[in-house]
Ligand binder design. Sequence first.
Ligand code: SF4
Length: 656
Amino acid sequence: MAGGVIRTTCPYCGVGCGLRVASDGTLTGDPEHPANYGRLCSKGAALTDTLATDGRLLYPQIGSRNANWDEALGRIAAEFTRVIDQYGPDSVALYVSGQFLTEDYYVANKLMKGFIGTANIDTNSRLCMASSVAGHVRAFGEDIVPGCYEDIEQSDLVVLVGSNLAWCHPVLYQRLVAAKEQRRTKIVVIDPRETATCDIADLHLAIRPGTDVAVFAGLLVHLAENGQCSHPWTHDFATGYIDSLDAARMTAPTLAAAAAIADVSDADLKQFYAWFAATERTTTLYSQGINQSSSGTDKVNAIVNCHLATGRIGRPGMGPFSLTGQPNAMGGREVGGLANQLAAHMSFADPADVDRAQRFWNATRMATRPGLKAIDLFEAALDGRIKALWILSTNPAASMPRAERVRAALGACPFVVVSDCWPTDTTRFADVVLPAAGWGEKDGTVTNSERCISRQRAFRPPPGEARPDWWMLAEVARRMGWTAAFEYHGPADIFREHAALSAFENTGPHRRIFDLGALCELSASQYEDLPAVRWPLPRGTSEPWSSAKRLYGDGRGFATPDGRARYVPTRYRPPAVATDEQWPFVLNTGRTRDQWHTMTRTGRSPRLMAHQREPALDVHPADAARLGLTEGGLARIESPHGATVMAAGGGTCDLR
Ligand code: SF4
């Protein structure tokens, strides 16, 4: 704290803006934070509207009665122990959240993978960025975002794919708008919908949903045929170029073929390809339109292939750039919070990694293989394989795909624990509810899309008996018999251990880039005052802990057996949507600007509710005219998975 001001981080999107909260409660953007330099969006600016504690969960509950912490934690420990003894470790699961702080994530992951002995821990972040994780690992050998936000400002061409930046990452949009005014950055938006982001686009490619792979396959072919590929990057720094080019040619042998698949004009696609080919400083930003897809990983690699081929990676103003959705999706990836990850960018695929994590944790029962991913995890709860499930900081009964099925799974699971701040659709299914400390009440770290670790700091006490998630997890672990391994006195202890694991035996030619060795001996006051820092931070990096902003620019350091990047052959596969007479339309989802998650917080702010009061259905004007839909009229939407009624247009689109 300086001058009564607490510096902390916004808990909403993956931009990770720094905030200053004054002692009178006034909240402003932090002018020194590298993510936002003082800027805020409507959600961040309205954060204090969400701090009222009326309706908060204040006490642990068992069934419908209040309980004390000791009783509730003892019940969870006893039930998890009983289920594991009777059915084995794979009969229990945790479902966690990109809202978690890294310290929460670390304890949850260690408990499951090192002590309970299962990797049945997954996170809602899977839904927003697991495709990018897999794409990065395939291309770079490790889950690495090679660039930084400054690249957006130093680009001459910014390509936005499946990203409504104006609404989903508004402060980055503000930075892009300012850059465009200064250096006349060209902007291409690739998105089936005409979103708010198209307001600044020089070219909008309204592609047929799910055809991104074909667009970038066509681009790779175009780059190769026009001599734009970089020889070192096609032959020395990476492998698989020829195979990937062959695969691209199978999908899009000509520009016209790519345009036909994507349902855009040859002229528009030619313009995009020409700009990409001619512009050295090109950054491709991609988000949920790429990630949330049955071919998401191929989409990521189709984009990365084009950047590798041109050597446009890890240098100022260029690179493929995955924008994470949630405030700490990246922190979750660092600790291994996905069911198919181990920890600290180590992998179940390498027995040496499993052995290393086991020795570091002194783990009593080590998971040795991936666990159930989010969708499969709830399916397992539905069919009886999962018998005890603990959900923390997320609301899957409302937010998961096929939510009806998830609600059935929660109803079928014999023992459900939910930790949250407010009652939600999910707490209704809980046998035990635990009151969680929320933003402004808990302490720890988050990592944003550009690998920048920032502190979230508490500036007020939690209401009632609410406690941080890491504390609940550690207390249950202690009650299950693992006292010494979970003897944490605060988040600083956990962060130091997390940093130490990242550096543990992390040497040699194939060392992992994710390395926080410089932070593993932080004093309490250093942790308290930790400024925003970007990893990698290996041992020997000293204060002010400046590290590489960009990675791989010299074509070296990939965490692959030969140290080279990998092109990944990708083939276009149409999305598995029913397009017969019964289901003649493709339904896509988007986001509203001022709401977050399932509105458990933002729905409490009148000014945020004012932007758009209800969900809306955007329909192509020609379809609307044919169906007789008018602006604001109600439309019933049915799919094989369910049905709903929404206002058509809802004021967000022009139904001419
Ligand atoms: Fe918060 Fe994202 Fe808005 Fe920044 S851009 S203030 S991190 S919601």
